[in-house]
Design a protein around this ligand. Sequence first.
Ligand code: NAG
Ligand code: NAG
Ligand code: NAG
Length: 401
Amino acid sequence: MEPRPRPLAVAVNALLCVLSLCVSAAEAENVTTYDAKNFGAKGNGVDDDTKALVAAWKKACGTPGTVTLVIPPGTYYIGPAHFHGPCEALAITFLLQGVLMAATDLKRFGNDWIEFGWVTNLTVVGQNGGVIDGQGAASWPFNKCPVRKDCKVLPTSVMFLNNQNTVVRDITSVNSKFFHIALLHNNNMRMSNLRIHAPENSPNTDGIHIERNTGVIISDSRIGTGDDCISIGQGNHNIYIARVHCGPGHGMSVGSLGRYVGEGDVTSIHVTDMTFQGTMNGVRIKTWENSPTKSLAARMLFENMVMKDVQTPIIIDQKYCPYYNCEHRYVSGVTLEDIKFKNIKGTSTLPVAVLLRCGVPCHGVVLQNVDLIYNGQAGTLSHCENANATYVGYQHPKPCV
Ligand SMILES: *[C@@H]1O[C@H](CO)[C@@H](O)[C@H](O)[C@H]1NC(C)=O
Ligand SMILES: *[C@@H]1O[C@H](CO)[C@@H](O)[C@H](O)[C@H]1NC(C)=O
Ligand SMILES: *[C@@H]1O[C@H](CO)[C@@H](O)[C@H](O)[C@H]1NC(C)=O
């Protein structure tokens, strides 16, 4: 098949729109569509559909042009499934109308369950459902990571690895065994309209964990889990997060940074128009106390946040040390620079609503228009160590002296 040049298709589409005869992009372009059921997928929730889905993906991936792989309504019981490129397709859409349901036998899994890797121009989209069910309840009791550093991690539900130009939207992810979604080493990712949930007491069920990516947009989503809502790990640049509701869970986190040798810098993070309800933190930047290498975390803006019953809405913690008896002898090797919290309001459930604990003095921490009220008696407090923060506009709690 001849791959049809996309600019032409777009031009044709635009012309039709001018003549009030708008047709969908799918009709204007020559899209090849495959149905997973034609590759032997049963979708009955019982038979193992792993091989059928991977075979359907291979066919779609190997087809030149614009390709859609439809997973029609039904429940597809699958084990680890790797949807890898590079593909012949110029653009490939994974259209999930059904439910992907994870196998529960942990012996079958490596680090993740569904993996999209080495694909350019991938769209993963849900339609009339589009649910990814990790069936985590069966494996949560085997997760020792909250108490042991050398634990075996359970599989992440969906891993995006080494992709270019990815769109993910209208997907629901429930009850992951470990993280719901992880982004590792991708360029240019847009995610929107996601629903992510797991019980408040489920271990390490982070909503979206991102590491070593450039250009990620996450917007208009609801995430309630047992751990971080969105966590921004090492090596990320140009991350934009907007209009995400977090709660329950641990809130939004940058870090933990400085745990491993050779971690990358984290720069240009913009998080805006968020709501947090009943979370442990609002925004937390955490770096390990005894980090083995030096790195930089800089140019971050957290603005327009509403906190409802959040334990600690604003935290910088450079003495993060969850597993050992820390001697507090080493300062974190992660330099924090140019970090602004602006227009943050709402209620806290602990008196210390702003905690700024820097290892060496932080550079350029700015708080502007902060209005946080303690739910209990008395007012909220700030606690600072080496923060050297600048305060602009109104401040509740009162700034550290
Ligand atoms: C669309 O693709 C099919 C399959 O490759 C091909 O046979 C057909 O000629 C194409 N049609 C157009 C209008 O490009
Ligand atoms: C990705 O899409 C762009 C524009 O739509 C196209 O120019 C490019 O060739 C595609 N890349 C690959 C590897 O398919
Ligand atoms: C604290 O910040 C001010 C202005 O931002 C700067 O001039 C000063 O050097 C900083 N102090 C330390 C100890 O970093």
